[in-house]
Design a protein around this ligand. Structure first.
Ligand SMILES: [Zn+2]
Length: 115
């Protein structure tokens, strides 16, 4: 349910940015969502449809890019995608450690229509 408040913030940030540029409409909001961020894109989309009503963001496209988590090998520093039930590095067989990749959550871009 925490998607509700984050979506409120996204709409607020987008509107503030649009207004500061004198826009009449927001056409697209590009979001980056890591699969380990704890946020679910479909929920954000659902809340966005409700929360954007009556704002400059109403009818805007929510463009979500999902980031797959990656591990980093503790031996050879290779970044790689984890296989199911395995943390093994595909290069050297070393142990993969968690990284920040896949935990991202941010607004990448806002496309506005100035009219
Ligand atoms: Zn390795």
């Amino acid at each position: 349910m925490h998607e509700y408040s984050i979506t409120q913030q996204i709409v607020k940030i987008a509107e503030e940015k649009a207004k500061s540029h004198g826009a009449v409409k927001i056409e697209r909001i590009s979001l980056v969502v890591g699969e380990l961020s704890g946020f679910i894109g479909e929920s954000i989309q659902m809340y966005f449809d409700i929360l954007s009503k009556g704002t400059l963001a109403e009818g805007a496209i929510l463009d979500i890019t999902y980031i797959k988590p990656q591990l980093k090998c503790s031996k050879c520093n290779t970044y790689f995608y984890r296989k199911r039930f395995s943390f093994e590095c595909p290069q050297c067989g070393g142990m993969g450690m968690p990284t920040e990749i896949g935990k991202e959550f941010y607004v990448k871009d806002i496309d506005i229509y100035v009219g």
